[in-house]
Design a protein around this ligand. Structure first.
Ligand code: S3P
Length: 430
C-alpha cells in the first residue's frame, strides 16, 4: 500500500465490531445453552479463527455476515476436535480457549502462526496448572503449540504478575469448570469484557476494586448453566483510534466516529488525547449489554506532549503505536513507560514503533518499558516494515497521511486481522 499526505478528512465512519467482545460472544455462546445472536460481529481473521475452533468442537455457528448465530451446546457440550485447533495470529483465542479446554474431558492441541507461536504462554500454563489443569508447551519453550489433556479443576486464588485480560479471562473461564470459587487479582484493572459479558450469560461472577492499591480482583463460582444472549457488539475503540488520530492530525478535518465502545477499561486513549490538547466531543452516550458506547466527534487539533504511565497503560495498550504517531506530530516530549507488555504483542511493539518512526525522521528513543518521543519534527515518507503486525500497518498508514513524500506500507493486508475494511473506511472521508 502506498499513501501520501492529504488534508480535509470529513464525514462519518462506522467502526467494525470490537475484537475482544466478538471473541467472547463466540466462546461464551458456544458453552451456553440455547442460541446466541450477534450483530456487528468483527469479521476479522482473529475472530474467524475463534469461530473455526468452536466449529471443530461440534458447535454450529451460522455466519450470515450481518448476523452470527451460535447454537450453544451448554457447558459440557463441546466434542473432541479431530485436528489441531488453528488459532492463527490470535493471542486472545489461544489464551481464552485454553481456559475452557482445560475443563473438557478430551485432549486438544492448539497452534498458530510464527508470531503467535513465539508469544509467552507460561502466563496461562502456570495458573491453569495450579488449578489442576493439564496444559503444556509441546516444544517446552513456554509457547504454543499447546497440548491440553483432561484434568480435575479446583478453585484457586491467583495473584497475576501482569495486568492482562487474556490471563484473567483464561483463569475465570477455567473457574466455570472448577469445584469451588476462583479469583484473580491483577496489579491494575485490565479490560473487563469477560466479567461484564459472563454476568449477562448468567455466570456467578463479581469484581472488586481496591482504591488504596489500584488492584482489581474478579471472582467466579461454577454454575450449572449459561444462557444464550442477543448481543450487539459496539465498535472497537482500538480501531476507532486510527480515525481519532487521523481527525486530530490531518489539517482541516472533522470526523464523526459512530457507535464506539468507550468502556473505561478500554478508553485510556481518550484521556491521553485530552491531556494532549485534542478537540474531541462524545455524543449520544449510552450503555448496551453493560458496555458504554458513544459517537466520537474529532476535529483537527494542535497537540502537545504528555506522560503516559501506570494504571492507564492496560486501558490503552493496543493504542500505543497510534499514540506514538500522535506524539511524533505533537509539540514537545511524550514519555511512555510501564508498558513492557508491548514487547510480547503481535510484534515487539517497542521495537517496531521506534524503528519505523525513526526511519520517518522522528526523534524517538526506545526504553526498557516504553519510549521517549521528542515530537514536532517533520515526518518523511519511507518504507514501513510492519512485520505483519496489523496495528503497526494501521498506525503508520495514519503517519503517512501527514508525512512528506510517499510512504510504502509493506504487507498492509495484515490489517485483515482486526480491520479488514480499514482502507475502504477512508472513502467516505475524502
Ligand atoms: C485482549 C487483551 C489484551 C489486548 C489484546 C486483546 C483481550 O491483551 O492486547 O489485543 O481481548 O482480552 P492482554 O490482556 O494480554 O494485555
Amino acid at each position: 500500500m502506498e499513501l501520501a499526505k492529504i488534508t480535509g478528512l470529513r464525514g462519518e465512519v462506522n467502526i467494525p465490531g470490537d475484537k475482544s467482545i466478538s471473541h467472547r460472544c463466540i466462546m461464551f455462546g458456544s458453552i451456553a445453552s440455547g442460541t446466541t445472536e450477534i450483530s456487528n460481529f468483527l469479521q476479522g481473521a482473529d475472530c474467524l479463527a475463534t469461530i473455526n475452533c468452536f466449529r471443530r468442537m461440534g458447535i454450529e455457528i451460522e455466519n450470515q455476515e450481518e448476523k452470527i448465530i451460535v447454537h450453544g451446546k451448554g457447558l459440557h457440550g463441546l466434542t473432541a476436535p479431530t485436528e489441531i485447533l488453528d488459532v492463527g495470529n490470535s493471542g486472545t483465542t489461544t489464551r481464552l480457549i485454553s481456559g475452557i479446554l482445560v475443563g473438557q474431558p478430551f485432549e486438544s492441541k492448539l497452534s498458530g502462526d510464527n508470531s503467535l507461536n513465539s508469544r509467552p504462554m507460561k502466563r496461562i500454563i502456570e495458573p491453569l496448572t495450579k488449578m489442576g489443569g493439564h496444559i503444556s508447551s509441546i516444544l517446552r519453550n513456554g509457547c504454543a503449540p499447546l497440548y491440553i489433556a483432561p484434568g480435575k479443576l479446583h478453585g484457586i486464588h491467583y495473584d497475576s504478575p501482569v495486568a492482562s485480560a487474556q490471563v484473567k479471562s483464561s483463569i475465570l473461564l477455567a473457574g466455570l469448570y472448577a469445584d469451588g470459587e476462583t479469583s484473580v487479582t491483577e496489579p491494575s484493572l485490565s479490560r473487563n469484557h469477560t466479567e461484564l459479558m459472563l454476568k449477562e450469560f448468567g455466570a456467578d461472577i463479581r469484581s472488586q476494586f481496591d482504591l488504596n492499591t489500584s488492584k482489581a480482583t474478579a471472582f467466579i463460582r461454577p454454575c450449572s448453566e449459561l444462557y444464550g444472549q442477543k448481543i450487539m457488539v459496539p465498535g472497537d475503540i482500538s480501531s476507532a483510534a486510527y480515525f481519532i488520530a487521523a481527525g486530530l492530525l490531518v489539517p482541516d478535518s472533522e470526523i464523526l466516529i459512530k457507535n464506539t465502545g468507550i468502556n473505561a477499561t478500554r478508553a485510556g486513549i481518550l484521556k491521553v488525547c485530552e491531556n494532549m490538547g485534542a478537540n474531541i466531543t462524545l455524543l449520544n452516550e449510552r450503555t448496551e449489554g453493560g458496555e458504554a458506547i458513544a459517537d466520537i466527534l474529532v476535529r483537527t487539533s494542535k497537540l502537545h506532549g504528555t506522560t503516559i504511565s501506570g494504571d492507564i497503560i492496560p486501558t490503552l495498550i493496543d493504542e500505543i503505536p497510534i499514540i506514538a504517531i500522535m506524539a511524533a506530530a505533537a509539540e514537545g516530549t511524550t514519555i511512555i513507560k510501564d508498558a513492557a507488555e508491548l514487547k510480547v504483542k503481535e510484534t515487539n511493539r517497542i521495537e517496531t514503533v521506534v524503528d519505523n518512526l525513526k526511519a520517518m525522521g522522528c526523534d524517538i528513543i526506545a526504553t526498557d518499558d516504553g519510549m521517549i518521543i521528542h515530537g514536532g519534527k517533520t515526518l518523511h515518507g519511507t518504507t514501513i516494515h510492519t512485520l505483519l503486525d496489523h496495528r503497526i500497518a494501521m498506525a503508520f498508514s495514519i503517519a503517512a497521511l501527514i508525512a512528506e513524500d510517499t510512504t510504502r506500507i509493506l504487507d498492509s493486508k495484515c490489517v485483515d486481522v482486526s480491520y479488514p475494511t480499514f482502507y475502504d473506511s477512508f472513502e467516505n472521508l475524502l
